[in-house]
Design a protein around this ligand. Structure first.
Ligand code: SF4
Length: 444
């Protein structure tokens, strides 16, 4: 009987992608994936450390598995990802029924770790981070219309509130040729849209260029990558997340504006509209510089849409400073925003040096104000689209029933429509928008 495995993924798209690549790797080593958590021979938890709550969830979940392990002593349980990297041996101590912990740079070693745990019945902690160039796992589930592709790992920004540089390590970028080969392989199996992933994606290639002494403010290996991917036959759309304003130079703006396959919706985290708070966060830009980059894109692509990440109630944020964030929201007119109430993360610079001194009710109130601003903007922006015709990539039946299908516009808006037999998954078709709400467009 083959050994079966089950992977439970927490957190971001990067983790989802790592889980997919790991599943393909384990299958290559003879393991068989199952979707039955309760009967799997190997249980792997791919974890997130961004919020304290995410880590507590995993501890609770793995804790419950103790009973299962008692009933089936041969069961192997592992924790991988950011939390594994951050806590390492501590996790093995806290959870005595846990068999292995593998950090974020250890994905390709997991089959060997598993073999060892199974054969020798040992417990293992592997959290070393490899220096320099790394080999990304490029396995994908075949036939996915939209596929994620990791182009770099880690982050060198060290924003004071963020654990990513400690969990994912320093920035390392894959060569363009390896990414293009992976994307060609995806196109050959039916992928039409790719989502490029990197914690600080506009810094793609920067640390390598710095090491070679060729980095200049005009440098943008990410623009070079987009140009190379534009040429891949079969790929119709390219999206990416997340850029950092510091590296969104003129070369980058020109590339995203002029390359037809690059979708004209951009997720650009702002975090705050106050220069003092941005400095405390160590974001390395001012609100004016942020708005300047958005305006540069809008000038070349008037139909572009924007989304963002915002933290409200960061250490010492005054009402006036919060209003500055509100003002940036009004100026940009975001179509989507992840608005977080600040919470301290152990190990970050902010947790060591800046008191978390904004009362919860104030954070909550600020959060609600920005959500209301977002919703009213989106409702108005969507209503203004009624009557327009837009190309939509058809993704398939929606949760609202088999006859109601959905797709996405280039600007990343969901469009619902009544399915007819001549429309197929993967088609890019023009739809006229007949109705709009703040959540979706309706078209025919
Ligand atoms: S740029 Fe993003 S990933 Fe990097 S430290 Fe800042 S918030 Fe974290």
């Amino acid at each position: 009987m083959p050994t079966t495995f089950y992977i439970k993924t927490y957190g971001c798209q990067m983790n989802e992608r790592d889980s997919e690549a790991l599943a393909c790797l384990l299958e290559m080593h003879g393991y068989v994936e199952t979707h039955e958590e309760s009967t799997a021979d190997v249980l792997i938890f791919n974890t997130c450390s961004v919020r304290d709550q995410a880590e507590r969830k995993v501890i609770g979940k793995v804790g419950i598995m103790k009973k299962l392990k008692r009933e089936r002593p041969a069961l192997v349980i592992g924790v991988i990802g950011c939390m594994a990297q951050r806590l390492g041996e501590e996790l093995l101590k806290e959870l005595p029924h846990l068999d292995f912990v593998a950090g974020t740079d250890q994905l390709q070693n997991i089959p060997a770790i598993l073999d060892e745990c199974i054969a020798k019945k040992t417990r293992k902690c592997a959290i070393e981070m490899g220096p320099g160039v790394f080999r990304e796992l490029d396995g994908h589930r075949p036939g996915r219309l939209i596929a994620e592709v990791s182009v770099m790992r880690g982050c060198d920004q060290f924003c004071t509130y963020c654990v990513v540089p400690y969990c994912r390590g320093r920035e390392k970028s894959r060569p363009i040729s390896a990414i293009v080969d992976e994307v060609k392989m995806l196109a050959d199996t039916g992928t039409k849209e790719i989502l490029l992933l990197g914690q600080n994606i506009t810094a793609y290639g920067v640390s390598e260029a710095r090491a070679q002494g060729i980095y200049t403010p005009e440098f943008s290996a990410f623009a070079d990558l987009l140009e190379a991917l534009q040429e891949v036959d079969g790929i119709e759309r390219i999206r990416f997340t997340s850029p950092h304003v510091r590296f969104m130079n003129a070369r980058f703006v020109e590339a995203v504006a002029s390359l037809p396959k690059v979708c004209k919706s951009f997720h650009v985290p702002v975090q705050s509209g106050s220069d003092r708070i941005l400095k405390l966060m160590h974001r390395n830009y001012t609100a004016a510089e942020y708005l300047d980059r958005i305006s540069a894109i809008k000038a070349k692509v008037p139909q572009a849409t924007f989304s963002t990440d915002i933290i409200v109630g960061f250490c010492s944020e005054t009402q006036e400073e919060f209003e500055m964030t509100h003002q940036v929201m009004r100026e940009v007119g975001y179509d989507m925003a992840y608005i977080f109430r600040y919470s301290q993360r152990e190990g970050t610079m902010a947790s060591k040096t800046l008191p978390d001194d904004i009362p919860e009710e104030v954070k909550h109130e600020r959060n609600q104000i920005l959500l209301a601003e977002l919703n009213s903007h989106v409702a108005a922006a969507n209503a203004a689209l009624v009557g327009a015709t837009m190309p939509v990539l058809v993704e398939g039946p929606s949760a609202r029933g088999p006859k109601r299908w959905y797709g996405r516009t280039d600007t990343n808006k969901m469009l619902l429509f009544d399915h007819t037999e001549d429309i197929h998954i993967g088609d890019i078709r023009n739809f006229t928008i007949t109705r709009a709400t703040e959540n979706a467009l309706y078209g025919k």
